[in-house]
Design a protein around this ligand. Sequence first.
Ligand code: PAF
Length: 294
Amino acid sequence: MHIFHRIPELRAHLARFDRPAFVPTMGNLHAGHLALVQQARPLGDVTVASIFVNRLQFLPHEDFDSYPRTFEADCAQLEAAGCQVLFAPSEPELYPQPQRYQVQPPPDLADILEGQFRPGFFTGVCTVVMKLFQIVFGQSKGGGHAVFGQKDYQQWLVLRQMVQQFALPVTVHGAPTERAPDGLALSSRNAYLSAAERAEAVQLNQALRSLADAVMGSVGGAIDLAALEQQTVARLNARGWQTDYLTVRRCSDLQPPTATELAGAGAGGSHPGQLLALGAARLGRTRLIDNWVF
Ligand code: PAF
């Protein structure tokens, strides 16, 4: 695997390829990231990953400084997964001056859910991904492919729409969430959990599935969704969680479903796979997110 820390060297190397397949990451890799690399490999003529902990997407009180940085182990895992090129820029390389030109995603998609609790998060994500795309795909002849995990469902949707609206020559792919045997979604932040918290952590997924099951079990959409969501939050909080949100939304735009859409997902309904339950909640000092499509 070729490792580049500087933009010109990476560009010179990538100039000989037509269609990179790219997996942007913040490092501290786990099986979920490696599944993204596996998915990327057949899509392009060179498989590229990046590792960059992007300060722009962290709020001042969040875990930018303590975010796990495990470069050597990440390199070994990427190489074993068949990644051919790693771009790992320093902060001054990617942001030599303060990044004053930023990508502002639409508020109806980016200021809800994660964006409500992490203001500016998606601006930071879109800005760094736009910049990484310019660097990785800037010299490719046939555009390229990028793969993101659907655990971060809202991020995947925001980035897909960014690519579409800016007519970027990139196809965005989503990879299904990788889970531990008990159902916990794999995440770099799981490393923060104590043993007791790790045993409890799967309850977020259980709560989302119970919300989905209640909607799927309802007949003709006859369900008080807001009350159901509140009860689910109360149950999780009673176990010691602090829930930011737990809600059922449309997969296409993350807006609340209409009664007809609820009925379509309910018992005897004919539209499975169009809604999802999403949640974010804090267990101790660890904030976890997950979602469940149904
Ligand atoms: O999902 C992540 O790891 C990050 O948000 C991303 C897409 C690499 C941008 O920093």
